[in-house]
Structure formats: C-alpha cells, structure tokens
Design a protein around this ligand. Structure first.
Ligand SMILES: Cc1ncc(COP(=O)(O)O)c(C=O)c1O
Length: 430
C-alpha cells in the first residue's frame, strides 16, 4: 500500500471508490496550480497538457477570473440561487448575448441545465424529443456525450455503455466522418434510409454530433462534412445538436467549434470552460422557436452557480470582447501543428488527429500512446490518452499557454514518441 509522507495509509486508496481513474495514471497529489502548470505537494512541477479535460481553457487560476471571483466571494453576494434572478446571472446573460451571440449573428435561448456536460446533453435530447414528438436519436461512432443514461445511449464506447447496466435504447449509431477511411461516400447509408419508408429506421428527433471527438480518438469532422450533415438534417426536418462541451469555448480556434463550417445548429451544448475558471456550469442553447418547455419541466438544484456566472462573465469580457485573443490563439495553434508535423515525420505509423488545441497523435501500434503518456508523467507533463483503445495521445494545453511552455511540453512528447514508436524509414536513414 502506498504511504503518505507521514507513513499513514493513503486515504485515497483505502477510502475512495475503485471508480477513481486519473489519480491512477497520475499518482501525485496536486496542491497548487497556475496557468499551464501544477505542482504536487512535494513541490514537483508538472506542465499541464490536459487542462481539466477542457474545463481550464484559460489556464489554472487565471488572474482575469480569480480577481472578480475573490471579490464576489467576499462581498456577501448570493452564491446559490436555483434559477432565481441575481445580478451575477443578469451580467452573464447580457455579456453572453452582447459578446458571443450577437457578433456571430446567433439568436439562441439560453437554458441553464444542471452544471455538467452530461446535464446539458440530457436537456438537449429531452427538448429535441419534446419538440418533434419523436423518440429516436442518431449519434456517431466513437461519440462521447456523458455518463447519465440518455447521454450514454448516444455514446459509443462499449465499456462505458456496459456500465449502464440496462439496455440503452432509442438511438442508432451512424459513421462519423472518415470512419471508412474515405472508402464510402459521406452519409450514403443515412441518405438512403431516411428516404426509404421501408428501411425500418425510425425517423430521429435529432442527430447529435461533436465537431471533434474529444474522448473517442480525436477525429475531427471536415467543415464540408458538417455542412452536408446540417443540410441533410434540414432536408428531413431533423434537429441538429452540436455537443460543444469539449470543443467549444475557443478550443478549436473560435468560440464555437462549428463556426469554421458556417453551420447553425438547432441546439448547442456547452459546459467545461464556459465558466472560465473550472467552476461547474453548463448551458443549453436553442433556437427560440424550440423553447417549448413548461416552467420547471426540467430543473435542478445547481443551475444558479453565481460564482461561475461571475467567472464566466470575466472570461468572456477578457478574451472575447475583440479579436486579439483569437488571433494569438491562431498563432499558438499554428505553432502546435507545425511541431506535430515534424514529430510525425520522424515516427512510423504516427498521424495527427484533431483540430486547434484539441489535437492528438494517433499510433498504428495501439500500445504506443499509453507508453508516451506514462513517459510524459515521469518527465513532468500531464498528457491524457483518447480513443477506444487509448491509441491516441491527446494534446490539450491551456489556450493561453506561452511558446516556451508549449515547446517544453512538445519536447517531452517528441522524446517519448521517438522512444516508443518505430523511427520512420526516412528519419532512420538520415
Ligand atoms: C463532448 C462531451 N460531451 C459531454 C461530456 C460530459 O461532460 P461531464 O463530464 O461534465 O458530464 C464530455 C466530457 O468529457 C464531452 O467531452
């Protein structure tokens, strides 16, 4: 049994449920964090290319959000408010409308479901069913939408699905972009079954999609594929839900990950970095015509997390009031992808996955990614794996990371890749 410095049994191992997972890959006890770094309680430093699975897009303890948060906490203002009105919530809604929705020409009603990603997905599925009167959902191979039953029913991963313990019904999986490695025309099956009343596939209420599959292996959908999906949904009167829980809030280079494709989903799910601070918060956005909820028909105790409204407002005002942050982000994305290009040239069977700062390296040898991630941790870098067989390393630094930290983390990744993946023939000859 691992002992703490004081030689007491490790309470995490003796008391915490076996379901814990990240602490098994990264057995440090993290005590402090700032920007793109964390320190364990022994003072060891770690570069963080995990960013709270996308909940810390602006880095740890960003002063831009921490100042207003501390001020709010000390002011005697309301912390918990269900869905009652508070000045903090008013300020958030106004800021979100003025700086996020209006400049993008988007008109969405804003719903506060419970504070997690799976809460917004559940609300989206429920609303789509209520609006259309249909039960069936379509989702994609390798999709990940969360751990509650509705979200699991549209998730791909078999291990997670089995955890439900009951049949996960009312949904079908359809091939994500490039599932057949370019050998099948896009949406061949879907077009056919939707047009065929004898296909036996119930007309779905909605299609739910991630523009980049954060947990399922970092496949990124092409813009034209997303546009074709959106067109297909319109043609058949099916709602399009974009789950932007992980890819949203700047991760792919724009506030919403679907901006590049120029599509306007009917429903959008946001969580993770919407609070800008790591505090729990989620939004479900939908076209106002779809707002058919009865008051209180969907509710939850933690929809009014005022400290999260405060940090969300501060983050939006700091990073999204003009184009400066987005331009810097474009440079960081270019720097990351240039370096990834050079790494894959040196390693056999390695290829780049993802988009923006939601990127990854896929290895043909499915054991390489986990070895690289373990090597990264030994060398002071938090790096997660993704994909059904953990065959992809997932590179997800803070969007605010500076070039020095980015390159330092990539140096560790490159060293790990060169250690565990076979050298590319070209590189081996050189
Ligand atoms: C795309 C997507 N949707 C939903 C979720 C679920 O979010 P949460 O873990 O906050 O419930 C995740 C979590 O990783 C996600 O990546």
């Amino acid at each position: 049994m691992t002992a703490t410095p004081s030689d007491k049994p490790d309470i995490f191992e003796t008391r915490e449920s076996a379901v814990r997972s990240y602490c098994r890959s990264w057995p440090a006890t993290f005590a402090r964090s700032q920007g793109a770094k964390q320190w364990d309680e022994d003072g060891n430093e770690y570069l963080d290319f995990f960013s709270g699975a996308g909940a810390l897009n602006y880095g740890h303890n960003n002063p831009a959000v921490m100042g207003p948060l501390v001020e709010y906490l000390q002011s005697g203002a309301v912390l918990h408010s269900m869905d009652m009105k508070t000045p903090a919530k008013r300020e958030f809604l106004q800021t979100f409308q003025d700086l996020i929705l209006k400049p993008r020409g988007l008109d969405y009603s804003v719903m506060f479901p419970g504070p997690t990603g799976t809460n917004t997905v559940e609300a989206a599925l429920k609303l789509a069913r209520k609006v259309t009167g249909r039960q069936h959902m379509l989702s994609f191979t390798n999709a990940f939408h969360g751990m509650t039953l509705g979200s699991l029913s549209v998730t791909g991963n078999s291990m997670k699905r089995e955890g439900a313990g009951i049949p996960l019904t009312n949904s079908s999986k359809i091939p994500y972009d490039d599932y057949f490695d370019g050998e099948m025309p896009d949406f061949l099956w879907l077009e056919k079954v939707l047009a065929d009343s004898g296909s036996g596939v119930d007309k779905p209420a909605a299609v739910i999609v991630e523009t980049v599959q954060g947990e399922g292996g970092l496949r990124a959908a092409r813009a034209e594929w997303l546009r074709a999906l959106s067109e297909l949904c319109k043609k058949h009167d099916i709602l399009l839900i974009v789950d932007d829980v992980q890819a949203g809030c700047g991760r792919t280079g724009s506030f919403f990950s679907f901006e590049e494709a120029g599509i306007e989903p009917d429903i959008v799910c946001l969580s993770k970095s919407i609070s800008g601070s790591g505090l729990p918060m989620a939004l479900t956005l939908f076209r106002p015509e779809l707002d058919v909820w009865e008051p209180g028909e969907h509710n939850g105790t933690f929809r009014g997390n005022n400290p999260a409204f405060v940090t969300a407002t501060a983050a939006i005002k700091t990073f999204w009031a003009d184009n400066e942050f987005q331009n810097q982000l474009a440079d960081t994305i270019a720097e990351l992808h240039q370096r990834l290009d050079s790494i894959v040239e040196k390693a056999e069977g390695a290829s780049i996955r993802g988009r923006g700062l939601l990127a990854g390296l896929h290895f043909e040898d499915t054991e390489v990614a986990e070895k690289v991630a373990a090597y990264a941790f030994e060398n002071g870098l938090l790096l997660e794996t993704s994909g059904p067989e953990d065959e992809v390393i997932k590179i997800m630094p803070a969007l605010t990371i500076d070039s020095r930290d980015l390159q330092a983390g990539l140096d560790i990744i490159e060293a790990g890749v060169l250690k565990f993946a076979p050298a590319a023939a070209k590189a081996a000859l050189a």
